[in-house]
Design a protein around this ligand. Structure first.
Ligand code: GTP
Ligand code: MG
Length: 285
């Protein structure tokens, strides 16, 4: 697949392995924390999650809430709670106010299985909770926040966690960090694009220029004023990579705009929340 085409395709071998491993570990855990990217409450959910996780009790965390509009996020929380029947909490790596509620919910959700095991004669053991979600949504960061440590490796790109890793939080709770999983194929290109915007897709799967162009086009239709203001573009100028490069004076030899550099910066500005606090999925999708 050519990288300059609009289509974003991935067939990462480690995803297949991660999915298999996840299924293997499922019987060992009492509950699951599913982490979504709050900027994509719909697109960062894994379609096959219910098939994969079966009846396991689940806590859904909408992470990176610091990068979203809080009021809009509230509506999504109610919608997801209603649709899934599971508790949903907004969270972000830097805010530790919700530590105790996440721990309490995880232990609570695990309790029925622990009780059932104790009835069979086993001794009480810590709750075992597996943390799952798409790449780069912040699974490892959440574990580090909960354990107030750097026990798991984190990084601003997809596929940082390569292997499962158990982390003990306290005598009551143990967490299993897992590599991010994405569907083996993504037929829905709108969703694939949005996953690329938030860096959930390996950068090898697309061209930065095409994805940055698509991002600008989406921001232009959803948040035109904020985006234009951020890039200090005059009203009569279209929100394009060319105009942003010229405005920043990023010019290459021959006087042409430096599209490559601008693409990288536009993606980074968005991912770091510099342009604004956005939710890119349309409500009621
Ligand atoms: N702004 C913001 N950034 C976050 C938050 N949580 C994580 N990050 C950043 O997002 C990036 C990915 O975090 P990780 O914890 O490595 O994500 P992951 O889900 O474990 O990713 P994989 O291991 O690749 O599946 C890192 O650069 C983190 O610093 C958050 O709540 N807010
Ligand atoms: Mg990780």
């Amino acid at each position: 697949m050519k990288k300059d085409k609009l289509h974003i395709h991935w067939y990462p071998g480690h995803i297949a392995k991660a999915e298999k491993k996840l299924k293997e570990q499922l019987s060992l855990v009492d509950a699951v924390i599913e982490v979504l990217d709050a900027r994509l409450p719909y697109s960062s959910s894994y379609d096959n999650i219910t098939r994969l996780l079966g009846e396991k009790p689940r806590l859904i965390l909408l992470n990176k809430a610091d990068l979203t509009d809080k009021q809009e996020l509230k509506k999504w929380i109610s919608l997801i709670e209603e649709k899934t029947g599971f508790p949903v909490l907004p969270t972000d790596a830097k805010n530790s106010k919700d530590l105790s509620v996440i721990v309490k919910k995880s232990v609570e959700l695990s309790e029925p299985r622990i009780q059932a095991l104790m009835k069979k004669g086993l001794l009480r053991r810590p709750a075992r909770v597996m943390v799952v979600g798409m790449p780069n949504v912040g699974k490892s960061s959440i574990i580090n926040k909960l354990t107030r440590s750097s026990k798991t490796k984190i990084g601003a790109k997809a596929g940082v966690t390569r292997q499962q890793q158990w982390v003990r939080l306290n005598p009551q709770l143990e967490l299993l960090d897992t590599p991010g999983i994405i569907p083996m194929k993504q037929e829905d290109q709108d969703r694939a694009k949005k996953l690329a915007f938030v860096n959930a897709v390996s950068e090898n799967a697309y061209s930065s220029e095409i994805v940055a162009k698509e991002l600008l086009s989406m921001l232009n239709s959803k948040y035109p004023i904020l985006t234009r203001e951020f890039y200090k573009l005059d009203k009569d100028l279209d929100l394009t990579l060319e105009n942003i490069s010229k405005q920043r004076n990023w010019i290459v030899a021959g006087g042409n705009p430096d599209i490559e550099r601008t693409s990288v910066y536009v993606l980074r500005d968005f991912r770091e929340g510099k342009i604004g606090k956005f939710i890119l999925d349309d409500f009621c999708e």
